[in-house]
Design a protein around this ligand. Structure first.
Ligand code: DP6
Length: 370
């Protein structure tokens, strides 16, 4: 795979690091929730439609890489000290994909330490935060070794491109606020290869949006989303879906600019139900919703009729994300506790909100210097 996005590093094959040299990179990267869903992809991990997401704040992965040159050992040696850690295949796959464009990465042996702030047992996908944190660390290492003349903006775009190769939704996590991935005439500079942030056109009122994640089932959903993307290849509603997503993107961007929460919520619900309708009408059909998911949706819609500003969205799983303005936090969170928590596994709810994006931690060397 070669990608012009990585041209600053493509000559790094000439890079001759000394045996024993060591580099460190550490990043914290958030998860994100899609308001317009990425569903279906073309060759090269390119989306069939543009998607729009809100970056979260509390659901994050922290990853630290220690990279060294050993001569005999290459690639990802261990994760959290374990050479057989279950994350290794997915992370190594990204490393291999990037190595074609950033040859210096091939020369490194890498040990990773990684942890999620959200518990594994919640069933919240960790791939967006985990893969984006790994991509940030890898491109940070590349930067330290080659010191390219590149702006932060271009570097971040490059990271987004790298993260996309590992997991599509991860490319949207490299920015705070609201992000669009996928080419759209409505968003200047948008691309299928990387995400761009659209915050300049978002009303500041939207940046305090809340997301309460209601854990209905802690079963992992990653398989569902990989199979689901594949099911769109020959889906009878594929063409209609692409038209729908583009039209929902247009309306969602307008709602974000106008601080129109009700409109944005309408679109989020339409996207969530469409995603599951596509899953159910695929061949073979997949049902990921649980009775408790439907119970929550029913109660949310009934409550909204009484005036509470509250909408839901879903990923490819049974858990429900509730979106609400921060001004309504007290009323909504009381409603969750009194009426919805009982529908959740162990009463589990994670309270999150729109976040500001990844954070870099100083490496060990920098720490010592400081
Ligand atoms: C339903 O990004 O997990 O959450 O690219 O195969 O890793 P891969 O898929 P992934 O798909 C996410 C699908 C979704 C919608 C979204 O986040 O846009």
């Amino acid at each position: 795979m070669t990608d012009s996005q990585f041209s600053q590093f493509s000559h790094s094959g000439n890079f001759r690091p000394a045996t024993g040299a060591v580099w460190h990179a550490a990043w914290q990267s958030p998860s994100n929730i899609a308001l317009v869903k990425y569903w279906g992809k073309n060759e090269g991990q390119l989306p069939i439609n543009p998607s729009l997401s809100m970056t979260l704040s509390q659901a994050v992965t922290k990853t630290r890489l220690d990279a060294f040159v050993d001569g005999a050992v290459h690639g990802l040696v261990s994760v959290n000290g374990d050479p057989h850690h279950p994350f290794i295949p997915k992370m190594q796959r990204l490393l291999d994909l990037l190595a074609g464009d950033i040859p210096m990465l091939v020369k490194l042996a890498i040990m990773a330490e990684t942890e999620n702030t959200f518990p594994h047992s919640t069933g919240i996908a960790s791939s967006a935060s985990g893969i984006s944190a790994f991509a940030l660390c890898l491109l940070d290492l590349a930067n330290q070794m080659v010191i390219p003349e590149i702006s932060l903006r271009d570097w971040t775009r490059m990271v987004s491109c790298a993260a996309r190769l590992g997991s599509g939704s991860a490319c949207r996590s490299v920015y705070g606020g609201f992000t669009v991935w996928g080419r759209s005439l409505l968003v200047a500079g948008s691309s299928d290869e990387y995400a761009v942030d659209v915050n300049a056109d978002v009303n500041p009122g939207m940046l305090s949006l809340r997301d309460a994640i209601l854990i209905v089932s802690s079963e992992q959903k990653e398989v569902a989303s990989t199979l689901g993307h594949r099911s769109m290849d020959r889906h009878p509603f594929r063409q209609g879906r692409v038209i729908q997503a583009n039209s929902n993107l247009e309306e969602a961007l307008r709602a974000l600019a106008a601080n129109d929460f009700n409109k944005l919520g309408d679109i989020a619900e339409n996207e969530a139900l469409s995603l599951h309708a596509l899953l159910m009408s695929a061949n073979p059909g997949v049902i990921l919703l649980k009775p408790a998911t439907l119970e929550i949706i029913t109660r949310v819609r009934a409550k909204r009729k009484s005036g509470l500003p509250l909408f839901f969205t879903l990923d490819a799983g049974a858990n429900v994300h509730l979106l609400y303005p921060h001004e309504a936090a007290f009323a909504v969170e009381s409603f969750i506790l009194e009426e919805l928590a009982a529908c959740c596994e162990g009463g589990r709810v994670i309270y999150d909100h729109c976040g500001t994006g990844p954070v870099r931690f100083p490496g060990r060397n920098e720490n010592q210097a400081g």
